[in-house]
Structures are given as structure tokens and as C-alpha cells.
Design a protein around this ligand. Structure first.
Ligand SMILES: [Zn+2]
Length: 469
């Protein structure tokens, strides 16, 4: 017993000294080299998160005023938009004033890119490019300074999940080719990086082996890859509890969450970001809602005609990034749908605003002729009661109908077909439903299974994480 205690306190000492070294020496030195303020910002956020929301809003609104002024003075695109709307920077004092400015969409920015949408920050800039589902690329220019601010918020969210800097962890991701800076990051942060696109049993077994071999208690990555890892763990009777599970980069479906939490005996902390270089929100591990990174972004939820929806209703997510960087984003429509949180605080006591949930991309939603939106949970809630279904996918080509692709679990009669269609219609799927039986569901090259594929929405950028570190 003594030996165990001695060895665990030694491990703790080793962990603490590593964390100290990272926080006090390594990352501040890195900040200096890359022109970032990540560590300073993290220390600030660690305190600021507990400030009363009024104080946070006042800091946020100050940033907003500076942002709008910079955008008006230095970015022709925003100056023209604001002149057209007869709005001056002095008219925007607080978040609630943002409604005076027009919504900015990807096509608008793409059309004005680069000359009319960028500004000089005197720093090195690079392009963050995301490929759309239809192959249309969208480019945002970022710099290390802005990236460092969002990285600080991401590290804060990892701390919410229960991770301390330097603790070893397994991360699944798509950046399989680890360049030198990433290899350095992996080594410093104690990260075991595994590709997320290989979900074969042998690869999943390898991941479980890494968790075992290095006694890892923290597991992060795409919801889909962690879901299949969790399923494999259950199949193999593998049952080491984790201390933190953090997901990002894709929709965390409720059945993903349940399976992961059951397999690894801890709560999943989900984060939400977008490929334009922003971490938008994250769960804190206490409630089910998401904390907005209040000092980084302002989020609005609008209906299709641009009117704010009521709390607890779903709306298009419009983001204003408070750090201007080389390409300011003000009232930018990211293409996701989310639900605003209520005004009451989260039980954790943090002053950050809350967002109730993210419902996924526009392309993850089925639209009906009556204007209803059916999210993936609508379908799982109905179809999970049919033992005849192994898996399913919904494809929407036009507003009046969907194709429900099903891999049957066994016998599949005409009566079953009818019962499925009736059950969906009864719950509110007021469109034509065509059933298509398939042997297996093709997995896209990304390895991210999509439950709903809508060809109705406009081209939309892939929802990769902000920080595939
Ligand atoms: Zn909270």
C-alpha cells in the first residue's frame, strides 16, 4: 500500500512539475516565438470565467466597439456595408446593437476576398481553408495571435473537462501527417495521436492498447471515432474508467454520448467550433448546456428572415468574432443551427453565457414543406423502436420528400415498411418517405458517418474543429 502511495505521489509530483514547466517556461517561450499570448490569455480566462456576467458583458462590449471601429476604418467590405445601412461605428455600443448591421454570408465574403475583406495587422498571416461538401472552398485569413487567443479558450474547456496541462491523453484526429510543430506539441502535451479515419476493429484494438499501455485517463477527438472505440471497448469487455472525454469537430448524437459515457464511465464534454478559426462554446461538465466563450465571440440565433428567435427555440447561428485579426468576421452566418440558452446561470457558477444546444449543420437537418425542421434525434427517437433496422441514413433531394436508406437487421416485410413510414409521419414528418434497403451504409473517406444528407442547403463548409492541434 505504501509503495502504491509513494509511486502515485511521485507520479503526481512528476505531473505537477511538468505542468509547471509547460505553463511557466515552455509555452510562454513558444508564445514569444510565435507572437502569441496564449498562456497570458489562459491565466486571464481562468480568473475571468468566474466574473459576474455583467462584468463579462462589459469587457465583451468594449471589445465589440473596438472591433467595429477597426472593421469600419480598415476593411472596405464592412465600411461599404455599414455606409449602405447608414450605421456608424459609434452606433454600436453593445451586443444588442448588432442587429443594425447586415448578416454576412460565405458567398459575400468569398466574392470580396481578399482585397476588400482583409486588413494589415503587421503580422504574418496564413489561410485557413475549408472544403465545402460540394467542393467549394472557403478561405479565411488568420494570424498566430488570433489563433493563440482561441487556443487559450480551448485549453480552458479542456480544464473544464478535468484535464490538467501535461497529463497524458489519447487524441483521434485527421492530421495524420504530424509536421514538426505538431510533433513538438504532441511530445510536450503528452499526446498520443491516432488517426480518426480508420475505424476497423484492429485499429480500435490498437487504440485501446495504447490507453492501457500508457495508463491514459483522458480521451479526446471526433464523436464518431470515440463512439466506435466505445463500442469496441464494450465488445471486448474493456472497462478502464476515463477521467475526461472531450469531443469536437462533428455532431455528438445522443446515442454516441450514451455509448461513450457507458463504456468509459465518465461524462463527455462536447465543444463547438468552426473551421474559420473560432472555438465558440463548450460544455463545463456540470449542466448539459454549452458555455459560450463570451470574451471571444457573440452569438445570435436568428430565423430565416433574420429575426431573433425566442430562448429555447432553434435558429441560425450568427457569430461575431471579437478579435478582428487579419479578416474580421462580424455577424457571420456559420451555417449551423443552435438553440439559445435561458438567461439563468449554469450551476457551475461561471459567468459565461450559455447556449442550450447545437443542432448541427443546416445539411444535418431535414426541412419539411410546412417549414418544420427535423433533426437527427427526431429520426433516432422513432427508428430506434424498430428491431428490424440495423442502421439508417436520410437523404433529402427536394423539399417534398426524403429517401430513408436502411440496412435491415433481418427480415423486412412490407408491413414493417408501412409501420416505419406511419410512425415517422405521425411524429411530424409531413413529406413523402421512400424506403431504400441497402446491404451496408457507405462510410465517407472522412470516416464521419452522416445520418442526414441534405442537398437542399447551400454549399456548406466542413465542420472541422478549430484546433486540430
Ligand atoms: Zn457550467
Amino acid at each position: 500500500m505504501d509503495r502504491i502511495e509513494t509511486s502515485s505521489s511521485f507520479a503526481q509530483f512528476r505531473g505537477n512539475s511538468r505542468a509547471w514547466l509547460l505553463r511557466r517556461v515552455v509555452f510562454p517561450a513558444g508564445d514569444l516565438v510565435f507572437g502569441q499570448n496564449m498562456m497570458k490569455r489562459l491565466s486571464f480566462l481562468e480568473k475571468a470565467q468566474w466574473l459576474p456576467s455583467e462584468k463579462l458583458h462589459s469587457i465583451r462590449d468594449q471589445s465589440l466597439r473596438e472591433l467595429v471601429k477597426v472593421a469600419y476604418d480598415e476593411v472596405p467590405f464592412y465600411r461599404e456595408l455599414m455606409d449602405k445601412a447608414s450605421v456608424k461605428p459609434a452606433d454600436i455600443h453593445k451586443a444588442a446593437d448588432l442587429g443594425q448591421l447586415p448578416i454576412v454570408t460565405k458567398p459575400m465574403l468569398r466574392h470580396a476576398f481578399p482585397d476588400r475583406v482583409i486588413r494589415s495587422t503587421g503580422k504574418k498571416v496564413y489561410a485557413s481553408r475549408s472544403s465545402g461538401s460540394t467542393g467549394v472552398n472557403f478561405t479565411v485569413l488568420v494570424d498566430h495571435e488570433t489563433e493563440g487567443l482561441f487556443q487559450a479558450s480551448f485549453l480552458l474547456a479542456l480544464e473544464w473537462a478535468g484535464w490538467s496541462m501535461g497529463e497524458p491523453h489519447l487524441q483521434t484526429g485527421m492530421t495524420v501527417k504530424r509536421d514538426f510543430p505538431r510533433r513538438m506539441k504532441d511530445a510536450l502535451l503528452n499526446c498520443h495521436y491516432v488517426p480518426a479515419h480508420d475505424l476497423s476493429d484492429s485499429h480500435l484494438d490498437q487504440c485501446l492498447h495504447i490507453l492501457e499501455r500508457y495508463s491514459l485517463r483522458h480521451l479526446w477527438g471526433y464523436p464518431g471515432s470515440l463512439y466506435y472505440l466505445a463500442r469496441r471497448a464494450v465488445e471486448c469487455g474493456w472497462n478502464r474508467p476515463m477521467r475526461s472525454i472531450v469531443t469536437w469537430g462533428d455532431t455528438l448524437y445522443s446515442h454516441y454520448r450514451n455509448t461513450i459515457e457507458e463504456a468509459f464511465k465518465t461524462r463527455v464534454v462536447d465543444t463547438y467550433g468552426c473551421s474559420e478559426g473560432m472555438n465558440i462554446s463548450a460544455q463545463c461538465g456540470v449542466g448539459s448546456s454549452y458555455h459560450l466563450h463570451t470574451l471571444d465571440v457573440i452569438v445570435e440565433y436568428l430565423d430565416d428572415s433574420g429575426v431573433p428567435v425566442s430562448p429555447c427555440e432553434s435558429g441560425n447561428i450568427i457569430v461575431t468574432r471579437l478579435h478582428p485579426g487579419p479578416m474580421p468576421l462580424i455577424r457571420y452566418k456559420v451555417g449551423d443551427v443552435g438553440i439559445a440558452g435561458e438567461t439563468r446561470m449554469c450551476a457551475c457558477g461561471r459567468g459565461y453565457d450559455v447556449m442550450q444546444s447545437i443542432q448541427g449543420r443546416e445539411t444535418d437537418i431535414v426541412l419539411t414543406p410546412s417549414g418544420n425542421r427535423l433533426i437527427v434525434h427526431f429520426f433516432t427517437g422513432v427508428l430506434e423502436h424498430f428491431e428490424e433496422i440495423d442502421s439508417f441514413q436520410v437523404i433529402q433531394e427536394n423539399l417534398d420528400s426524403i429517401v430513408l436508406r436502411i440496412v435491415p437487421a433481418g427480415e423486412f416485410s412490407i408491413a414493417t415498411r408501412r409501420r416505419i413510414v406511419d410512425a415517422l409521419k405521425e411524429k411530424g414528418a409531413d413529406l413523402n418517405i421512400e424506403l431504400e434497403l441497402v446491404q451496408e451504409m457507405p462510410l465517407p473517406p472522412s470516416g464521419k458517418r452522416r445520418f442526414i444528407i441534405s442537398h437542399l442547403a447551400r454549399p456548406h463548409d466542413a465542420h472541422f474543429p478549430t484546433l486540430e492541434m
